[in-house]
Design a protein around this ligand. Sequence first.
Ligand code: NAP
Ligand code: MG
Length: 472
Amino acid sequence: MQAHEGMYIDGAWRPAAGDDRIDVLNPADGTVAGSVPAGGPEDVDAAVRAARAAFPGWAATPPVERAARLGALRDVLVARQEEIARTVTTELGSPVSFSRAVHAAVPVAVAGSYIDLAAEHPFEERLGTSRVLHEPVGVVGAITPWNYPLHQIVAKVAPALAAGCTVVLKPAENTPLVARLFAEAVHEAGLPAGVVNLVTGLGPVAGQALAEHEGVDLVSFTGSTAVGRRIGALAGGAVKRVALELGGKSANVVLPGADLARAVKAGVANVMANSGQTCSAWTRMLVHAGDYEEAVERAAAATARYAPGDPLDDATRLGPVVSAAQRERVTGYIAEGQREGARLVTGGTEPPEGFEQGSWVRPTVFADVTPEMTLAQEEIFGPVLSILRYEDTEDALRIANGTDYGLSGAVWAGDEGEAVAFARRMETGQVDINGGRFNPLAPFGGYKRSGVGRELGPHGLTEYLQTKSLQF
Ligand code: NAP
Ligand code: MG
């Protein structure tokens, strides 16, 4: 167990103003893995001042030089990938093979994408008699969750830096250790002092102080809809820019004629990965009545392959959920699903045998889930798949669009054109067609209550710009 000191402010590790601390627990066994200072408004204020002071210089740095610094940052993230993977596994509980392939590797790809985007972005354009300038918004307050802890940091910091903004980061209380690693990487990469600052702390204390600070020009938040609503209201009241990346209840629509075996296997993998703690997870599988029982059987068989195991073992495919509180939340939803009459195919509320210590949840599949059930409406954020039955394509579309959320989704069909036609009618921000792969340049973000704004690629960069027109 390592007790870390200080916050990364103005290019150095500085003592926190107060003595409060956060213990970081390893959810695999409940042991204390480390501790960090819990910052408050004074620390946030120091960080915002540093970011403000650094802003004019960074904004005036030529984009190619900003790109070069992003390149240096990417290189440090590459060099430290194994350390990043093990740190995320320790504080989040994800299997180390997944931590390597996703938690450590995706931030490298995203940081890498902004090297080119920073260098090539048209920061000026001509429109008739006007010259239009796309200028950095200013100081960004970034508030991130624990589920993809480094990805969510890089998905905000990299485009902000590419745009010429400076940043104060408040990471989730459950996963501050990888955030500290990120701040070390920023330092090693030689970013000027104050361009990126880190304040670890609790959401209602440090997070709230950051969202409210009048020196912050844009708040970028990823997390729960409940907190996102509050931050949106705060930002609206202060006439401050805001980006919200919230929850999801995404539909995986398997149309008749699709490769059922492939669709179900990919659908189960999508939900069980990261113990179901993925905002874009396809937690509702929609299957035609004619294929329904076969799909349920296949889903049960695919889920059996997600046996819980030591997250540090290379072969493990399912780790714990992030915390005891998350376990309570997820098992509460499983109990609610049983009360509401859904058919429990596999899994349940008891911890898996031999995994009574720590925060473990059995991989769980429900069948006969109907669209109004809590299981089909609320974000569970655990390894829980709901399989719904539809009668025809219009019914499938109505069910797919029948939640407040609209973050992601999937469509499988024998004919790609048919899948694309269905996807066009879905009220959601991203759809993977017949197993389409993750693209770090594709805009990511929500329709409806899933959020405001887009992350990643050129769309993610423009979130951090504001527009000025010169007429002459
Ligand atoms: P959360 O409370 O929304 O946390 C997200 C971030 O916001 C964390 O850094 C958090 O700090 C901070 N925060 C909390 N209250 C705040 C406030 N009043 N002002 C400013 N910042 C604040 O989410 P959570 O508690 O970790 O998870 C709860 C549920 O949210 C999950 O079960 C899941 O359903 C959903 N969730 C969704 C996503 C997503 O990617 N869409 C990610 C995570 C969670 P603390 O860490 O100290 O709370
Ligand atoms: Mg919270």
